[in-house]
Design a protein around this ligand. Sequence first.
Ligand code: SF4
Length: 241
Amino acid sequence: MKTISNAANSPKHCDDHPNLQTTLMDIYHRMEDAFGDRGWWPASSTEEIIIGAILVQNVSWSNTVKAVERLNDHGLLTFPALAAASVDDIEACVYSTRFYKTKAKKLKAFATHVMTHHKGRIDAMLAQPMAPLRAELLQIYGIGPETADDILLYAANQASFVIDAYTKRIFYRLGLTPADISYESMRAWFMANLPADVSLFNQYHALLDAVGHHFCSTKRPKCEACPLRSKCLVAQGKLVI
Ligand code: SF4
């Protein structure tokens, strides 16, 4: 991706943007007007949320749902069952997800961690304060920052902002953050400029997913229908992709 003319057009990290909270809330309301309440995370238990968060990385939601349903059909949608199951049996349930062999190992590792360190009590594990819980999550095999923040926000109901590829792409195109911003920098930027509100963070991430999924594709974004078009450098012809 390149800017259309010179460095003056290139999105910077906008710490100096006037009233960033107003800007971020304006973006939020435009998306909310277009998509309404997204009702995330669609799951019937805390364990299902966590299992879905591990499985959904780099794969469509529909294929994640197939894997969750198959785990449920085989009695493996709990951490005690996953910890006791063989990796082969877990693989057979989650093969609809990309990197299913690795994901089976991740599910087994997470379940084993809960059984070993928290006596199987996921609610007790998630009741910890955000900083130590996030640090613990990040030490578990296969849990990266995005999955850890999904678990914090949607399973533990803690105000940890989730960053994903859609978030980075959309905010770069809006001219608010640089293309190469790190995960931790972008998360800290959102959390410094929005009220620490679980419902807001829940819906904000879900709405960005909707914009990314329906409009803001990598190569041919559908800007004419996007609720963010009037704020966007790409839609205004100021940024070439
Ligand atoms: S207007 Fe286009 S480039 Fe900008 S966020 Fe929407 S879909 Fe993406």
